[in-house]
Unconditional design. Sequence first.
Length: 358
Amino acid sequence: MKNGPKNVLVIGSSTGYGLASRISAAFGAGANTFGVYFERPSANGKPASAGWYNTAAFEAEAKKAGLYAASANGDAFSAEMKAQVIERLKKEMPQIDLVVYSLAAPRRTDPATGEVYKSVLKPVGAPYSSKNLDTDKKVVNEVTLEPATEDEIKATVKVMGGEDWKLWIEALDAAGLLAEGCQSVAYSYIGPSVTWPIYKDGSIGQAKKDLYAKAEEIDALLKIKRGRAFVSVNKAVVTQASSAIPVVPLYISVLFKVMKAKGLHEDCIEQIQRLFETQMYNDGCLNFDDQGLVRIDDWEMREDVQKEVFEIWPKVSTENLLELTDFVGYQQGFLKLFGFGLPGVDYAAETELEVPIG
Ligand code: NAD
């Protein structure tokens, strides 16, 4: 891509859309990247968590390509982590021109009060019943979810809203680390009406509303540097975060079937590459919807795609799951998150569990 990002900080860089942002910036634009993530290192003969190895592999490939790549493992919500990253950035990288905020976390300790908040994935206001897929048992069933309490909604906003994104930008700005024209992007999801009670209108949706409001505040801050901040609404993909949301794995299985048949299938990297190439680094021409959001879920939300998804939706049952949906593709995607099912890998071979990250 021409005139892409040059010095990039990705917060939530080890898996999913954050890792895809890092890969697209490095290998699509030749950017230096610094990644922040929270993964379990290998200990007592047990393997590290998948994102650890993703990061090690990314760094090795980036260095081979002559690109600076360094990472910090720890709680991005903490003041200590922000200070540690800022110290390293000051020494190791030129000013940052892109900050990607791609955290998906189950809990957050408020750095100001020490209080721990836990996010929930629940509807708001009323119980929600829907067709659902038990991905372990491969059974299509019905799920009923009780609504979140006021406290649970507040906690979800604390964890998955925009407060921490803003704290990062303010801290980076105060340290003089943001370049003229610096951009910052965070990610969201909207999806079709069948998932709204659990997503867009659910507890996570309230957190995303807070993210949109904070995007405006961060945008005002970055405008002083002729930069900008915004939220990109991305398509549904298989990640550890999305697999935890009720109803969504069934919707994704149907969606993949339809989008693959139409030649429209995209995974995280294709999405972010398209965001960078056609929007963010395309002579600055971001297309905003009427809510001020950038939409790269446009292919998912295409009328013909959604029409076919919802012709299939009422018909899906345990018996016809493999025929009517791409559950096989969903499962392959899920296994791939943990490094399984890749061609050319001998899974019986001895392997080194402890792999260092720079
Ligand atoms: P993911 O689970 O694949 O990645 C989450 C990342 O956050 C990982 O790198 C993890 O290490 C990091 N992380 C979690 N807690 C942390 C902490 N305390 N400190 C530091 N790092 C921490 O998730 P994802 O699906 O890629 O989600 C990223 C963003 O994209 C979220 O805002 C999500 O809502 C959005 N999104 C996801 C989808 C989807 O279908 N998966 C669709 C649209 C938007």
